[in-house]
Design a protein around this ligand. Structure first.
Ligand SMILES: C[S@@+](CC[C@H](N)C(=O)[O-])C[C@H]1O[C@@H](n2cnc3c(N)ncnc32)[C@H](O)[C@@H]1O
Length: 279
Protein backbone atom coordinates (compact mmCIF):
# COMPACT_ATOMS: atom_id res chain seq x y z
CA UNK A 1 0.00 0.00 0.00
CA UNK A 2 1.48 3.36 -1.03
CA UNK A 3 1.02 6.18 1.43
CA UNK A 4 3.33 8.81 -0.14
CA UNK A 5 1.45 11.63 -1.85
CA UNK A 6 3.47 14.24 -3.70
CA UNK A 7 0.77 16.84 -2.98
CA UNK A 8 2.41 17.35 0.45
CA UNK A 9 5.77 18.17 -1.15
CA UNK A 10 5.06 19.72 -4.56
CA UNK A 11 7.12 22.80 -5.35
CA UNK A 12 9.63 22.21 -2.55
CA UNK A 13 13.38 22.80 -2.96
CA UNK A 14 13.87 19.28 -4.30
CA UNK A 15 11.25 19.80 -7.02
CA UNK A 16 13.11 22.93 -8.12
CA UNK A 17 16.33 20.99 -8.74
CA UNK A 18 14.48 18.07 -10.35
CA UNK A 19 12.36 20.19 -12.64
CA UNK A 20 15.18 22.57 -13.62
CA UNK A 21 17.12 19.47 -14.66
CA UNK A 22 14.17 17.98 -16.52
CA UNK A 23 13.48 21.22 -18.41
CA UNK A 24 17.16 21.49 -19.34
CA UNK A 25 17.25 17.93 -20.70
CA UNK A 26 14.03 18.26 -22.70
CA UNK A 27 15.10 21.61 -24.16
CA UNK A 28 18.39 19.99 -25.14
CA UNK A 29 16.62 17.20 -27.03
CA UNK A 30 14.33 19.78 -28.63
CA UNK A 31 17.33 21.23 -30.44
CA UNK A 32 17.01 18.46 -33.02
CA UNK A 33 13.82 17.97 -35.02
CA UNK A 34 13.90 14.19 -34.70
CA UNK A 35 11.04 13.05 -32.41
CA UNK A 36 11.76 11.47 -29.04
CA UNK A 37 9.94 9.76 -26.21
CA UNK A 38 9.66 10.99 -22.62
CA UNK A 39 9.20 8.27 -20.01
CA UNK A 40 8.12 9.19 -16.49
CA UNK A 41 8.25 6.10 -14.29
CA UNK A 42 6.84 7.78 -11.14
CA UNK A 43 4.63 10.53 -12.56
CA UNK A 44 2.58 11.64 -9.57
CA UNK A 45 -0.69 13.50 -10.20
CA UNK A 46 0.50 15.98 -12.86
CA UNK A 47 -0.61 19.23 -11.23
CA UNK A 48 -0.76 20.31 -7.57
CA UNK A 49 -2.93 22.86 -5.83
CA UNK A 50 -0.69 24.79 -3.43
CA UNK A 51 -3.78 25.96 -1.58
CA UNK A 52 -4.78 22.37 -0.73
CA UNK A 53 -4.72 21.24 2.87
CA UNK A 54 -1.89 18.81 2.05
CA UNK A 55 0.36 21.56 0.61
CA UNK A 56 -0.51 23.98 3.40
CA UNK A 57 0.12 21.34 6.06
CA UNK A 58 3.84 21.08 5.27
CA UNK A 59 4.25 24.53 3.66
CA UNK A 60 7.25 23.08 1.81
CA UNK A 61 6.50 24.99 -1.39
CA UNK A 62 7.15 28.25 0.46
CA UNK A 63 10.80 27.22 0.82
CA UNK A 64 10.96 26.27 -2.86
CA UNK A 65 8.90 27.73 -5.66
CA UNK A 66 7.57 30.42 -3.33
CA UNK A 67 11.07 31.92 -3.18
CA UNK A 68 11.33 31.95 -6.98
CA UNK A 69 8.03 33.77 -7.29
CA UNK A 70 8.85 36.39 -4.70
CA UNK A 71 12.35 37.47 -5.82
CA UNK A 72 14.03 38.88 -8.94
CA UNK A 73 15.90 36.24 -10.95
CA UNK A 74 19.18 36.70 -12.86
CA UNK A 75 20.26 33.47 -14.55
CA UNK A 76 18.63 33.03 -18.00
CA UNK A 77 17.83 29.38 -17.22
CA UNK A 78 16.05 30.41 -14.05
CA UNK A 79 14.09 33.10 -15.87
CA UNK A 80 13.16 30.55 -18.55
CA UNK A 81 12.08 28.12 -15.84
CA UNK A 82 9.81 30.68 -14.21
CA UNK A 83 8.31 31.43 -17.62
CA UNK A 84 7.75 27.71 -18.17
CA UNK A 85 5.96 27.45 -14.79
CA UNK A 86 3.75 30.38 -15.75
CA UNK A 87 2.96 28.97 -19.18
CA UNK A 88 2.18 25.54 -17.78
CA UNK A 89 -0.17 26.80 -15.07
CA UNK A 90 -1.76 29.62 -17.08
CA UNK A 91 -0.01 32.13 -14.84
CA UNK A 92 -1.41 30.83 -11.55
CA UNK A 93 1.13 30.84 -8.69
CA UNK A 94 -1.20 28.70 -6.56
CA UNK A 95 -0.75 25.71 -8.87
CA UNK A 96 2.52 23.83 -9.23
CA UNK A 97 3.10 21.66 -12.30
CA UNK A 98 4.57 18.20 -11.78
CA UNK A 99 6.98 16.49 -14.15
CA UNK A 100 4.30 15.24 -16.61
CA UNK A 101 2.81 18.73 -16.92
CA UNK A 102 6.18 20.38 -17.54
CA UNK A 103 7.14 17.71 -20.04
CA UNK A 104 3.84 17.98 -21.90
CA UNK A 105 4.46 21.72 -22.25
CA UNK A 106 7.98 21.22 -23.63
CA UNK A 107 7.44 18.27 -25.95
CA UNK A 108 6.53 18.91 -29.57
CA UNK A 109 3.50 17.52 -31.45
CA UNK A 110 5.63 14.70 -32.90
CA UNK A 111 7.09 13.59 -29.54
CA UNK A 112 5.50 11.03 -27.19
CA UNK A 113 4.95 10.89 -23.43
CA UNK A 114 4.64 7.65 -21.47
CA UNK A 115 3.38 8.51 -17.99
CA UNK A 116 3.21 5.91 -15.25
CA UNK A 117 1.87 6.14 -11.70
CA UNK A 118 0.90 3.34 -9.32
CA UNK A 119 -1.10 5.18 -6.65
CA UNK A 120 -4.79 4.78 -7.61
CA UNK A 121 -5.85 8.34 -6.81
CA UNK A 122 -2.84 10.02 -8.44
CA UNK A 123 -3.12 7.70 -11.43
CA UNK A 124 -6.76 8.73 -11.84
CA UNK A 125 -5.84 12.44 -11.69
CA UNK A 126 -3.02 11.88 -14.18
CA UNK A 127 -5.32 10.08 -16.58
CA UNK A 128 -8.02 12.74 -16.33
CA UNK A 129 -5.50 15.48 -17.11
CA UNK A 130 -3.68 13.85 -20.00
CA UNK A 131 -6.19 11.53 -21.68
CA UNK A 132 -7.14 14.17 -24.27
CA UNK A 133 -3.51 14.68 -25.26
CA UNK A 134 -2.86 12.30 -28.14
CA UNK A 135 0.89 12.29 -27.47
CA UNK A 136 0.34 10.83 -23.98
CA UNK A 137 -0.14 7.28 -22.84
CA UNK A 138 -0.92 6.85 -19.13
CA UNK A 139 -0.36 3.57 -17.27
CA UNK A 140 -0.58 2.19 -13.74
CA UNK A 141 2.20 -0.34 -13.32
CA UNK A 142 5.06 -0.91 -10.96
CA UNK A 143 7.64 1.64 -12.08
CA UNK A 144 10.48 -0.82 -12.58
CA UNK A 145 8.31 -3.27 -14.59
CA UNK A 146 7.13 -0.31 -16.66
CA UNK A 147 10.71 0.75 -17.32
CA UNK A 148 11.74 -2.72 -18.38
CA UNK A 149 8.76 -3.12 -20.72
CA UNK A 150 9.13 0.32 -22.33
CA UNK A 151 12.74 0.29 -23.51
CA UNK A 152 14.03 0.93 -26.03
CA UNK A 153 11.47 3.44 -27.37
CA UNK A 154 10.78 3.16 -31.08
CA UNK A 155 12.17 6.68 -31.64
CA UNK A 156 15.58 5.56 -30.31
CA UNK A 157 15.82 8.98 -28.60
CA UNK A 158 14.49 9.64 -25.16
CA UNK A 159 14.56 11.15 -21.69
CA UNK A 160 13.66 8.87 -18.80
CA UNK A 161 12.79 10.43 -15.44
CA UNK A 162 13.04 8.02 -12.51
CA UNK A 163 11.65 9.76 -9.45
CA UNK A 164 10.77 7.27 -6.70
CA UNK A 165 9.34 8.31 -3.34
CA UNK A 166 11.80 5.86 -1.66
CA UNK A 167 8.98 5.02 0.71
CA UNK A 168 10.36 1.50 0.72
CA UNK A 169 14.08 1.28 1.48
CA UNK A 170 14.45 -1.50 -1.11
CA UNK A 171 13.75 1.10 -3.84
CA UNK A 172 17.39 2.25 -3.61
CA UNK A 173 18.63 -1.22 -4.52
CA UNK A 174 15.89 -1.92 -7.04
CA UNK A 175 16.67 1.32 -8.81
CA UNK A 176 20.29 0.37 -9.41
CA UNK A 177 19.32 -3.02 -10.82
CA UNK A 178 16.61 -1.42 -12.98
CA UNK A 179 19.01 1.21 -14.28
CA UNK A 180 21.61 -1.37 -15.23
CA UNK A 181 18.96 -3.28 -17.20
CA UNK A 182 17.61 -0.11 -18.79
CA UNK A 183 21.03 1.07 -19.97
CA UNK A 184 21.68 -2.36 -21.51
CA UNK A 185 18.44 -2.09 -23.51
CA UNK A 186 18.74 1.61 -24.36
CA UNK A 187 22.32 2.78 -23.97
CA UNK A 188 21.88 6.18 -25.60
CA UNK A 189 18.87 7.25 -23.51
CA UNK A 190 19.21 10.26 -21.22
CA UNK A 191 18.28 9.08 -17.72
CA UNK A 192 17.52 11.48 -14.86
CA UNK A 193 17.28 9.88 -11.43
CA UNK A 194 16.23 11.84 -8.37
CA UNK A 195 17.49 11.01 -4.86
CA UNK A 196 17.02 12.61 -1.44
CA UNK A 197 19.82 13.46 0.99
CA UNK A 198 18.63 12.46 4.44
CA UNK A 199 21.61 10.72 5.98
CA UNK A 200 24.94 11.71 4.39
CA UNK A 201 26.62 8.33 4.96
CA UNK A 202 23.72 6.45 3.38
CA UNK A 203 23.73 8.83 0.41
CA UNK A 204 27.46 8.36 -0.22
CA UNK A 205 27.18 4.58 0.15
CA UNK A 206 24.37 4.47 -2.42
CA UNK A 207 26.23 6.75 -4.84
CA UNK A 208 29.29 4.50 -4.52
CA UNK A 209 27.16 1.49 -5.44
CA UNK A 210 25.87 3.35 -8.49
CA UNK A 211 29.41 4.27 -9.51
CA UNK A 212 30.48 0.63 -9.07
CA UNK A 213 28.01 -0.49 -11.77
CA UNK A 214 30.41 1.02 -14.30
CA UNK A 215 27.55 2.62 -16.24
CA UNK A 216 29.39 5.20 -18.33
CA UNK A 217 28.75 8.95 -18.35
CA UNK A 218 26.97 9.45 -15.04
CA UNK A 219 26.88 12.99 -13.66
CA UNK A 220 25.89 13.82 -10.09
CA UNK A 221 24.19 17.17 -9.49
CA UNK A 222 23.28 17.76 -5.87
CA UNK A 223 21.93 20.76 -3.99
CA UNK A 224 21.70 20.76 -0.21
CA UNK A 225 20.14 23.96 1.15
CA UNK A 226 20.52 22.63 4.72
CA UNK A 227 23.51 21.16 6.58
CA UNK A 228 23.97 17.38 6.63
CA UNK A 229 22.47 15.46 9.52
CA UNK A 230 22.61 11.80 10.47
CA UNK A 231 19.06 11.32 9.28
CA UNK A 232 16.43 13.78 10.48
CA UNK A 233 14.44 14.94 7.47
CA UNK A 234 15.60 15.80 3.97
CA UNK A 235 18.44 18.34 3.90
CA UNK A 236 19.10 18.22 0.18
CA UNK A 237 18.54 16.24 -2.99
CA UNK A 238 20.32 15.29 -6.13
CA UNK A 239 20.01 14.06 -9.67
CA UNK A 240 22.07 11.37 -11.35
CA UNK A 241 22.08 12.04 -15.06
CA UNK A 242 23.20 9.33 -17.44
CA UNK A 243 24.38 10.67 -20.81
CA UNK A 244 24.06 14.34 -19.79
CA UNK A 245 24.38 17.12 -22.36
CA UNK A 246 28.04 18.20 -22.28
CA UNK A 247 26.99 21.73 -21.30
CA UNK A 248 24.98 20.77 -18.23
CA UNK A 249 27.71 20.57 -15.59
CA UNK A 250 29.01 24.03 -16.39
CA UNK A 251 25.60 25.66 -16.76
CA UNK A 252 24.38 24.24 -13.45
CA UNK A 253 27.32 25.64 -11.45
CA UNK A 254 26.09 29.21 -11.79
CA UNK A 255 22.43 28.25 -11.91
CA UNK A 256 22.48 26.35 -8.61
CA UNK A 257 24.59 29.02 -6.94
CA UNK A 258 21.76 31.45 -7.62
CA UNK A 259 19.06 28.94 -6.60
CA UNK A 260 20.88 28.42 -3.31
CA UNK A 261 21.09 32.16 -2.65
CA UNK A 262 17.40 32.59 -3.43
CA UNK A 263 16.31 29.76 -1.16
CA UNK A 264 18.55 30.52 1.81
CA UNK A 265 20.15 33.96 1.48
CA UNK A 266 21.51 33.97 5.04
CA UNK A 267 22.90 30.44 5.19
CA UNK A 268 24.68 29.20 2.06
CA UNK A 269 24.12 25.56 1.27
CA UNK A 270 26.18 23.08 -0.72
CA UNK A 271 26.29 22.24 -4.43
CA UNK A 272 28.04 19.14 -5.75
CA UNK A 273 28.52 18.65 -9.47
CA UNK A 274 30.80 15.83 -10.53
CA UNK A 275 30.98 12.79 -12.73
CA UNK A 276 30.73 9.53 -10.84
CA UNK A 277 34.18 8.46 -12.03
CA UNK A 278 35.62 11.46 -10.14
CA UNK A 279 34.04 10.68 -6.77
C1 LIG B 1 8.16 11.96 -5.95
S1 LIG B 1 6.61 11.46 -6.53
C2 LIG B 1 6.63 11.82 -8.24
C3 LIG B 1 6.63 13.27 -8.57
C4 LIG B 1 6.67 13.58 -10.05
N1 LIG B 1 7.68 12.82 -10.75
C5 LIG B 1 6.94 15.06 -10.28
O1 LIG B 1 8.12 15.43 -10.40
O2 LIG B 1 6.00 15.83 -10.35
C6 LIG B 1 6.79 9.72 -6.56
C7 LIG B 1 5.55 9.00 -7.08
O3 LIG B 1 5.88 7.62 -7.26
C8 LIG B 1 4.73 6.86 -7.00
N2 LIG B 1 5.20 5.49 -6.75
C9 LIG B 1 5.75 4.98 -5.64
N3 LIG B 1 6.12 3.70 -5.83
C10 LIG B 1 5.80 3.41 -7.12
C11 LIG B 1 5.97 2.26 -7.92
N4 LIG B 1 6.53 1.13 -7.45
N5 LIG B 1 5.56 2.31 -9.19
C12 LIG B 1 5.00 3.45 -9.71
N6 LIG B 1 4.80 4.56 -8.98
C13 LIG B 1 5.20 4.55 -7.71
C14 LIG B 1 4.10 7.56 -5.81
O4 LIG B 1 2.73 7.24 -5.71
C15 LIG B 1 4.35 9.03 -6.13
O5 LIG B 1 3.26 9.61 -6.80
Amino acid sequence: MLSYRHSFHAGNFADILKHLTLAYLLNYLNRKDKPYCYLDTHSGAGFYDLGSKEARKTGEFQEGVGKLHSQPLQHPLLKDFKKLLEETTGGSQSIYPGSPALASKLLRPTDRLRLNELHPRDHQLLEETFQQDRRCQVSQEDAFQFLKASLPPKEKRGVILIDPSYEKKEDYKKLITALEGAVKRFATGVYAIWYPVINRQDTEAWINKLAATGIPKMLRVEHCPYPDTSGIGMTGSGMIIVNPPYTLAQDFQELLKEVDQLLRPDAPGKVIIKTLENL
